[in-house]
Design a protein around this ligand. Sequence first.
Ligand code: NDP
Length: 371
Amino acid sequence: YTQAKALVFSKNGEPSDVLQLHTFSISPSISSKSVLLRSLAAPINPADINTIQGTYGSQPSFTSLIGTSSPSVIPGNEGVFEVVSTGDPASPIRKGDWVIPAVAQFGTWRTHAVAELDQVLKIDKEGLRATQAATISVNPSTAYRILRAYGPSTGLGGIGMRPLEVGSGEWFIQNGANSGVGRAAIQLGKLWGLRSINIVRERSSPEETKALKAELVGLGADVVVTEAQFLSREWRDQLAEITNKGRDQIGLGLNCVGGKSATALARSLSEGATMVSYGGMAKQPVALPVGLLIFKDIRFVGFWLSRWNQQDVAGRKHMIDYIVDLIRQGKFQDVPLDEVAWNWDTDISTLAQEVQGGLQGFRRGKGIFVF
Ligand code: NDP
């Protein structure tokens, strides 16, 4: 029998209140369609915390599958596992392979898992660190999909749009630019010949703000501005300067934040542009001046990766392979990480504290459990 541990919750609430560490054992006899997995790394994404709080768009069902005293959920949507054994010796996935979840809400915050073959996706681990493999499927995929699918209007009526044209130098603008998604958008945008205007919040000192800006420029950002600059009266003129007096169009906006930042983002867009909201970090609604809808024909849409993953399975696999290749070629850098070692003796308070901190602003890196 394999001894395993998992973080679980049996009711919604703040992670530090409701998370528990559950120990269970896994039988060595697994079905021919299954694999036994050992966790290597699993990040803490904002959506995981929202799921625990009960505010996320889809809620996993509470079950007794791992023998918790009340039905529970194992949180964690993303991660990478090593295959320990397979139920079928002729299985296409072999011992030692690396796999990531193929389904949403897999429950990655655990030391081991038994999964059906169709619940996992094998990735080519050659040249990859576990922490890189564990963080490709949510943030880079979100940036990839948005940049590849959304852009300016193609005409009157409806919401017909075309994606930004690869190699054209067309602009997009985004807030939350130092987030996992934002950093991925900067890098993919650069690789695809697009230009980006990036908004970040000031750090606690001018030196730190300068360092963050330089970091994003290093990733390929064309312009980085602070939110204070972005929300100021001078922004209109600065934007005109950046866009060649408005002759260069900004056809796409990526909204990670909501609130005032989202309104300012919408105001920065060119006629017929699309603003894609994918996150709501400020927990404030998006307020839209009616004039932008009427006179500038700006289109406002939302994006949810889970829906895309469900509806375009083949596209997802292709995209993951593409991103893995970029990482291997050294063309795509991972986000700053705050690694938390999870071994047999790690206690619940260490783990829960790390999760609780995951939604705080001004973090140095994304929390990630490393097993
Ligand atoms: P990260 O944890 O990597 O980054 C968080 C970002 O949010 C940072 O840029 C941070 O900026 C900013 N932030 C935190 N608190 C606030 C605040 N109060 N006001 C303004 N900005 C704030 O996040 P991810 O890239 O993993 O996710 C970012 C968002 O995208 C989340 O809302 C997430 O749920 C969403 N998302 C949505 C997907 C979808 O399918 N719709 C898929 C993936 C992510 P700072 O450093 O200044 O604090």
